[in-house]
Write a protein that binds this ligand. Sequence first.
Ligand code: SF4
Length: 216
Amino acid sequence: MEETPEFIPISYLNAFAFCPRRFYLEFVLGEMVVNEFVLEGQQLHERVDQPGRMSREEKQQWRRIYLAAPVLGLSGYSDLLEANSHENSAAGLVELALAGQLYPVEYKKGKLGRWVSDHVQVCAQALALEEVLHLPGGTIRQGFLFYFGSSRREVVELNSELREKTLAMLAEARKVAACNKLPPPITNRAKCRDCSLENICLPREAQMLQQKLRLM
Ligand code: SF4
């Protein structure tokens, strides 16, 4: 039995929501493939991952904020925390959050949110932020996904359904990380085509082998 990890990194929770096998390959076994799409994403992120605080168009922004939430057992970076307030505002992060003005923004390559895993990642950032700032659960009501491909933001409503789903996935990811067993491949071919680990995972071969073993 593997040891249960104290913290699940927020980006790996995205991987779990996308496919538990991918999460295990990356988080437990340390597999990573840098293909042209992964590299493109890394390069696009480098442009926005410069830590710092700035003001623009009646908004305050804090980039590349590290969040560690020990009660939840979640840690990781928020690409951007943004608040609808001007730079001379005396309000701190807690006041801005309580006023419904503070929200996380996650940057993604591509054109639109294809997979709910990106929503889970934004929700996990909000949950961690609420813990870090000692805010009541549900204070941060929305977040955003920004897609480089379309230069547009998609709003992510952080409703109770998404919060429950995110917490359930976090609990499940922790169990999978500790169970010492590679989860089976998913059957969503479109996801596998989008997955950089396909050549390591070999989903079709693994499924055929499972079928043969069931017939024996
Ligand atoms: S190739 Fe498919 S089954 Fe394998 S890790 Fe990727 S998404 Fe999961």
